[in-house]
Design a protein around this ligand. Structure first.
Ligand code: GLN
Ligand code: ZN
Length: 767
C-alpha cells in the first residue's frame, strides 16, 4: 500500500483569521492569550481537515505566527543581543525580530527601539523568511519546544502527525552574519548547532513522534563545497544518535542532482523529491535509495493552482513503485501547500468553467488521497472521470487561446528594435537633465502611500455598488490631492500619486487586462501578516484600454513637479500571478510586455514623462541554479522590460524598482532603466554596496525599512547616506525609501519621509 502525505498546510486560516488577530494583537486590541488561542484553533482545523480527507502523513509544526525560519531562530536562541535587553516576552521578542519595535516608555516598561531583522525571499517563491542572523556571541540553546508542543497538541486531538523542521544545513546557509561578526561564515556553526537538533529530536521521540520531516530545500541550489559536505556531517550525527525518530529528508522547488553526492548514502529513513518541478531527476535520485529507504513522490503541485492531472500522476507513481515497491512509496505534495490559497469552495464568484480547472490547498489534500487510493485499488472511478473531464475542458476552451495576441507576440520577437531605446543612457541623461533640472540627491518615493482604512472601506463600498463610480472617483482624487500636497510640503522632488486606487500592484493590472481570473478569498502568505491574492493567468493576455492614465494625469494636474507614472512590470505581473502551465513563462511575459508598452506610450502622450515600471519580482524569478535556464531567463526577463519601456523619447525618464532580495547589479543593467531604486536599508556588507558603485545609470539605494513602523531620525539618515557615499558616487545618488509605503500608517510615513528629505538637503549643501 502506498501512503499519502502532505508536507505543510497554509496557516493563515480560511478567512485570514491569523492576519486579523495578529494585527489586533499588535494594536493592543487582544491579549497574547487570545492570539495563542487563534493559532491553536487554526492548527486544529487544519489537522482535522487532513485527517478527515484520509491523509496518512499529516504535518505538524508547519504553523507559525510569522515565519517558520524565525521560529527556529527563537527555538535555538539565535537572537541578537539588541532584542534581549528589553525583557520582552518570547512572543514579543519574536515579533520584534520580525518587524522591529518602537515603543515609548510607560510607568512599568522601558522604551524600546529596535529595527527588524532582514527579510528575504524564500527561494523562488513570493514568500519571505526572516533571515537568521548569527554573531560570534550567539549562544545556542533550546528556548522552548514549539515542535514538541504542537506535536502533543495534535496527539491530544487523536491525530498522529509528522513534525516538520527546516534542517540544519539550510537553516545556517540561509542565514547571515551580524554586523559585529562579518567574518563569521554561518555554516561553520554546524557543530554547535547539531546538538540542539539532536536534543529537540530526542524530545519529539519521547513525546511519541515516529518520523520527522526535515526540510533541506538548499539542496536545489548551487552550493559551495563546505556546505555540500555539511549534509554528511549533519545527518550522520543525527542518524547515529540512539533513540531519535526516523528522518525523512525533504527537498523541493528544483533539481537535487548536482548535489546528489551530498545526500547519497545518508543514513536517513527516506527522501522527498519535487517531481512537479523537476520530473527529469527521477532516474538519478531513485538510484541513491538503499533497500529500506522510503521515497516521497512530490506530485501534487504546492506552488500552483491547476488541477492535478490524475492520469499522468498515477502513471508517475507507478513508475516509482516499479523501482522501489509499494510499501516504500508515499504520494505527496511537491512542497508545503503554504504557497496556495486555502479552499476553492470559498470562491463564489468564479466562472464555473474556469473554476473547474483549479485546485487549492484543501482540494490538493484530496488529490494526494485520491491518487493513493487509485493505486491501492480503491474505487475512485468517479473522481478520475471528473478529473479527466476537467483537464479536457481546459485544453479545448476558447478562453485559453487568442490568435491575435499570438500573432503580435510572434512578430514582436522578430523585431529586435522593439527592445531598445533609440539612444544610449549618457545621451538620454543630457535631455533628461535639461527637462527636469533636478537637484543633486534628488528625492522620491517608490509609489504607494498608506492604504488607510478609509481607502479600503470606500473601495469595498464601490465594489459592492454602495457608492457610484463618480463618488469613488471623487474620493480617490481627494486622496491624491492629500498625497501630492504632503509631498510638496516636505519638499520631495519627483512625486507620486500614491496608488490609492490600487488594491494590489498586480491584481490591479490583472483586472484591467484580458486573460486573467480572480479569486475573492484566494489569499496566500507573502510575509508575516501580509497576504496576497494572486490573479490567475488563464489565457492569452492583452490590454483592452488604458489602465492608469486617468489617475496619473489628474495627479500631475495638481503639481508643477514631475509626477511619476506607476506601472507593474511584465515579469512581476507574471511572477505574482499563478501562471499558466500550458504556455511557457517566456511567452506569457512577452504578452504582458506588449500590453505595458501600449500603456507606457499612452502615458507619455498624456504628458507623464517620468514612468516607473516596478520589477520587484525579477530576482525571485531567477532559476535557482546557474546554467542555460538561468541565462535564458535573464535574457527574456530583461527583454520583456525593454519591450515595455523602449518606445519613448530620450527625455522620458524610465525608472524601475526592485526589492526583497540580494540583487546582482549585472542583472539589472540589462534593463537599461534610467533610474532604479532598490531595497537596501538592511544591507550592511560594504562589499555589497561596492558592487553597485559601478552600475552605469542612476540608483537610489533604499534608505529605510518600510516593513517596520520604526522612524529613523534625520541623523540616522545622514549617517547612512554618509556610509554609502564612501563607496558610491554622489552624482548618481537618488534618495528614497526601500519600497512603497502602503502598509505603513501616516504618522510614521510623515516623520520618516520628512527626516529623509532633510538629510538629502544636508548633503545638497555639501556637494
Ligand atoms: N510601486 C509599488 C508601491 O510602491 C511597488 C511595490 C513593491 O515593489 N513591492 O507600492
Ligand atoms: Zn518594493
Amino acid at each position: 500500500m502506498v501512503s499519502s502525505s502532505v508536507l505543510g498546510f497554509p496557516r493563515i486560516g480560511a478567512f485570514r483569521e491569523l492576519k486579523k488577530n495578529t494585527e489586533a494583537y499588535w494594536a493592543g486590541k487582544i491579549s497574547a492569550d487570545d492570539l495563542l488561542k487563534v493559532g491553536k484553533d487554526i492548527r486544529e482545523k487544519n489537522w482535522k481537515l487532513q485527517k478527515e480527507a484520509g491523509v496518512d502523513i499529516i504535518p505538524s509544526n508547519d504553523f507559525s505566527f510569522y515565519d517558520q525560519v524565525l521560529d527556529l531562530s527563537i527555538l535555538f536562541n539565535v537572537i541578537p543581543d539588541r532584542y534581549t535587553k528589553y525583557e520582552l516576552s518570547t512572543l514579543d521578542t519574536f515579533f520584534a525580530m520580525a518587524r522591529g519595535l518602537q515603543r515609548k516608555a510607560t510607568e512599568t516598561t522601558k522604551a524600546v527601539d529596535v529595527p527588524a531583522l532582514e527579510m528575504v525571499k524564500w527561494f523562488d517563491a513570493n514568500y519571505h523568511y526572516v533571515r537568521p542572523t548569527f554573531s560570534n556571541s550567539t549562544e545556542f540553546k533550546l528556548n522552548g519546544q514549539k515542535p514538541v508542543d504542537e506535536y502533543l497538541e495534535a496527539k491530544a486531538l487523536g491525530i498522529e502527525t509528522r513534525p516538520v523542521l527546516v534542517g540544519p544545513v539550510s537553516y545556517l546557509f540561509l542565514g547571515k552574519s551580524d554586523k559585529d561578526s562579518l567574518d563569521l561564515e554561518p555554516i561553520t556553526l554546524l557543530e554547535k548547532l547539531l546538538p540542539l537538533y539532536v536534543e529537540i529530536l530526542k524530545k519529539l521521540a519521547d513525546a511519541g513522534a515516529k518520523e520527522v520531516q526535515i526540510d533541506e530545500p538548499t539542496l536545489v541550489l548551487d552550493l559551495p563545497e563546505n556546505v555540500q559536505k555539511a549534509f554528511q556531517t549533519a545527518y550522520k550525527t543525527i542518524s547515529e544518535t540512539e533513540g531519535l525518530p526516523k528522518i525523512v529528508l525533504a527537498s523541493y522547488f528544483g533539481d537535487v542532482r548536482p548535489n546528489i553526492e551530498s545526500i547519497k548514502s545518508l543514513p536517513v529513513s527516506g527522501f522527498h523529491f519535487d517531481f512537479v518541478r523537476t520530473p527529469e531527476q527521477f532516474d538519478e535520485v531513485v538510484e541513491i535509495l538503499t533497500p529500506e529507504q522510503t521515497l516521497s513522490v512530490g506530485i501534487v503541485d504546492g506552488r500552483n493552482i491547476w488541477k492535478n492531472n490524475f492520469e499522468n500522476s498515477i502513471e508517475f507513481v507507478k513508475k516509482a513503485i516499479t523501482k522501489v515497491g509499494n510499501e516504500r512509496v508515499r504520494v505527496a505534495t511537491s512542497s508545503s501547500l503554504l504557497h496556495t490559497p486555502v479552499d476553492l469552495n470559498n470562491e463564489k464568484k468564479l466562472n464555473e468553467e474556469v473554476k473547474n480547472w483549479f485546485s487549492f490547498a484543501t482540494q490538493k489534500v484530496n488529490e494526494v488521497v485520491v491518487i493513493s487510493k487509485a493505486i491501492n485499488g480503491d474505487d475512485v472511478t468517479a473522481e478520475l472521470e471528473a478529473n479527466a473531464a476537467a483537464i479536457k475542458s481546459r485544453k479545448e476552451s476558447k478562453i485559453t487561446n487568442n490568435p491575435e495576441v499570438r500573432k503580435r507576440t510572434a512578430s514582436a520577437l522578430e523585431d529586435p528594435s522593439m527592445a531598445k531605446r533609440p539612444s544610449d543612457f549618457p545621451t538620454r541623461l543630457v535631455s533628461q537633465k535639461a527637462k527636469y533640472n533636478l537637484p543633486v540627491f534628488p528625492t522620491t518615493t517608490i509609489g504607494s502611500f498608506p492604504q488607510t482604512k478609509e481607502i479600503r472601506i470606500n473601495r469595498n463600498k464601490f465594489n459592492k455598488g454602495e457608492i457610484t463610480a463618480e463618488e469613488y472617483e471623487k474620493f480617490i482624487n481627494a486622496e491624491m490631492e492629500l498625497v501630492v500636497k504632503f509631498q510638496e510640503e516636505i519638499g520631495l522632488d519627483v512625486l507620486v500619486h500614491g496608488e490609492p486606487e490600487r488594491n494590489d500592484m498586480v491584481q490591479y493590472f490583472g483586472e484591467k487586462l484580458n486573460g486573467f481570473a480572480f479569486t475573492t478569498n484566494g489569499w496566500v502568505q507573502s510575509y508575516g501578516s501580509r497576504y496576497v491574492r494572486p490573479p490567475i493567468i488563464v489565457g492569452d493576455v492583452d490590454r483592452p484600454a488604458a489602465m492608469t492614465v486617468k489617475e496619473s494625469v489628474y495627479a500631475q494636474s495638481l503639481t508643477k513637479k514631475p509626477m511619476k507614472g506607476m506601472l507593474t512590470g511584465p515579469v512581476t505581473i507574471l511572477r505574482w500571478s499563478f501562471p499558466r502551465d500550458d504556455v511557457t513563462q517566456k511567452v506569457q511575459s512577452y504578452q504582458l510586455s506588449l500590453a505595458l508598452r501600449d500603456e507606457v506610450a499612452d502615458l507619455e502622450k498624456a504628458g507623464i514623462t517620468v514612468i516607473q515600471v516596478d520589477e520587484p519580482a525579477i530576482r525571485e524569478g531567477l532559476p535557482l541554479r546557474a546554467g542555460a535556464e538561468r541565462s535564458d531567463y535573464l535574457n527574456w526577463a530583461a527583454e520583456s522590460f525593454r519591450i515595455a519601456t523602449s518606445a519613448v523619447e530620450d527625455s522620458t525618464q524610465i525608472h524601475s524598482h526592485f526589492c526583497y532580495s540580494d540583487l546582482d547589479p549585472n542583472h539589472i543593467k540589462a534593463l537599461d532603466a534610467d533610474v532604479v531604486s532598490i531595497e537596501f536599508s538592511k544591507k550592511d556588507d560594504p562589499n555589497y554596496i561596492q558592487e553597485f558603485s559601478n552600475y552605469p545609470n542612476h540608483i537610489g539605494l533604499g534608505l529605510f525599512d518600510i516593513h517596520s513602523p520604526r522612524i529613523p531620525s534625520k541623523e540616522e539618515f545622514i549617517a547612512r547616506i554618509g556610509e554609502i557615499l564612501k563607496v558610491y558616487p554622489a552624482d548618481k545618488f537618488w534618495v528614497n525609501p526601500d519600497c512603497g509605503l502602503k502598509t505603513r500608517g501616516w504618522e510614521e510615513t510623515r516623520a520618516s519621509l520628512t527626516n529623509m528629505v532633510e538629510a538629502a538637503k544636508y548633503y545638497r549643501e555639501k556637494y
